[in-house]
Design a protein around this ligand. Structure first.
Ligand code: GDG
Length: 462
């Protein structure tokens, strides 16, 4: 097995706390790195006065991490700028929020060149290099320019926008061309893969074969849909751990016989939180009989607080939750519990398990792991109901959830009503079908599917 080098914007060194604090992706990537004695390379999250290219090499719990510090200007232009104010909104179909500043694009190019320059000496012959996400589209090309001939793959965690939308990005073609420096490019779903094919055929005159080989000029790559999963077994165990059971018990006590609806999302406009609150408000207006019988717990840890659109969504949710609680609450009942902080993973699993309904309503989402975690945490004999947006990547695998249009308050309201009254038999049948997929296509399956494809790519010398 070749050594694996994983590259992502931020590196999350393992903490050794098992199911406690580490994210599912970090757990899976750490396992892969341990198996292949690999390295995880990326930004430390720290800034430095002047970029030096100094690599901080560490080994924690069997995983080697290699991190670099960036200048404050890099963070502003590359991370807060091009990644989170240009690409993120545009790739989530929010062209209205996308900002096109040439300084952002320059910072993005500069940081990708810095990643390539510092990573190059760490790469040995036969290493597989796996680059993650929209922060690093051009990295493969920068590495090729430095003579790296290894197999290099790229996985996009977010959606790929429709052809017409992508045209609004200045220099869109140059950006897409950089993908042709990779050997394998992975997307979360068939839908995003198809949008990529549309761009390549309509904009670049490229061709697509049935097996996913995409050719533009003299360069051919393999493009595939490779949906990310969760570490299902680990999450099921987390949901049965002592902290999870205790949390579940406490939640049920505090619910006091009421049904809990749970939402867990990074505070991000792509997650459809305002629309969710409005849908729940509509449910309350239309179903007086449920007053005092149900409540929504929305956990939303703040993210990207340096970006204005994130400050705006936070303010808007503060005001909406206040308005809804003001209109409907009485002395013994508050309809929305809105919490702006995160919880350890095992406690989160206990909270999911205590919830009768999981409400996952992104306006657009590459995949959405919360939907899968909610299902994995359920009691098989008395499972809750997943309500899922048609616009989350997860819908391609989780079609047996209650599907809704997240833009429609009426749809959300009807789905909540239906979920709360769903008979046990139907809840079990739907849950079983969702869980079958979540067990079969877990995060290890995802990782193997991608790295197997990368390992099979013929090298020029073979
Ligand atoms: C990107 C794509 C794609 C959230 N609150 C807490 C907490 N979380 C964890 C969840 C889940 C993760 O964060 C969020 O994952 P998502 O998939 O929902 O979303 P993004 O952060 O937007 O991730 C997305 C993903 O990449 C993977 O490819 O699915 O589409 O946008 O694991 O559990 N974790 C803990 N406490 C919290 O309060 N411990």
């Amino acid at each position: 097995m070749s050594r694996l080098i994983i590259v992502s914007n931020r590196v999350q060194p393992p903490t050794g706390e098992g199911a406690g604090n580490q994210g599912g992706l970090a757990v899976a990537l750490s396992a892969a790195l341990r198996e292949s004695s690999g390295i995880w390379f990326g930004w430390s999250g720290e800034t430095t006065e002047q970029f030096t290219g100094h690599i901080n090499l560490q080994r924690n719990f069997g995983v080697t991490t290699a991190t670099i510090d960036l200048e404050a200007q890099d963070v502003d232009e590359y991370y807060n700028g091009y990644a989170n104010r240009t690409l993120w909104p545009l790739f989530h179909y929010r062209i209205d929020l996308a900002e096109f500043e040439s300084g952002f694009a320059e910072g993005y190019e500069r940081v990708n060149a810095r990643f390539a320059e510092t990573l190059e000496p760490l790469i040995e012959a036969d290493d597989l290099v796996w680059v993650h996400d929209y922060h690093l589209f051009p990295l493969g090309q920068r590495l090729r320019e430095r003579g790296i001939g290894n197999r290099i793959g790229f996985f996009l965690h977010i959606p790929w926008p429709p052809h017409g939308l992508l045209l609004s990005l200045p220099n869109h073609r140059e950006l897409v061309e950089t993908l042709f420096a990779y050997d394998v490019v992975g997307f979360q779903t068939q839908t995003w893969l198809q949008s990529f094919f549309d761009y390549v055929t309509q904009e670049m005159g490229g061709s697509v074969e049935e097996d996913g080989r995409v050719t533009v000029g003299d360069r051919s790559i393999l493009a595939l849909a490779c949906p990310i999963g969760i570490d299902t077994q680990n999450f099921v165990e987390a949901s049965q751990s002592a902290p999870a059971r205790y949390t579940c018990y406490r939640m049920k006590q505090s619910a006091n016989g009421r049904d809990m609806i749970i939402g867990v999302d990074r505070l991000d406009y792509s997650k459809g939180l305002e629309e969710r609150f409005l849908g729940y408000e509509r449910f309350l207006s239309a179903n007086e009989g449920h007053h005092g019988e149900v409540f929504l717990l929305q956990i939303a840890p703040p993210s990207r607080g340096d970006v204005q659109s994130y400050q705006e969504i936070r303010a808007s949710l503060d005001s909406l939750s206040g308005r809804i609680n003001g209109a409907f609450a009485d002395v013994e009942w508050v309809p929305i519990r809105y919490v702006n902080r995160g919880y350890p993973r095992d406690r989160l699993a206990g909270i999911y398990r205590a919830a009768r309904v999981g409400l996952v309503t992104p306006l657009r989402d590459g995949m959405n792991l919360v939907a899968k975690e909610y299902v994995a945490a359920q009691d098989p004999e008395d499972p809750g109901v997943l309500i899922l947006s048609r616009f989350a990547g997860a819908v391609e695998q989780l079609g047996d959830a209650v599907l809704i249009n997240p833009y429609s308050a009426e749809d959300i309201s009807d789905a909540i009503k239906m979920a709360l009254s769903m008979p046990l038999e139907e809840r079990i049948a739907r849950w079983r079908s969702l869980m079958d997929n979540i067990e079969a296509e877990d995060v290890m399956w995802w990782r193997r599917r991608f790295t197997d494809a990368l390992e099979l790519v013929p090298q020029p010398t073979e």
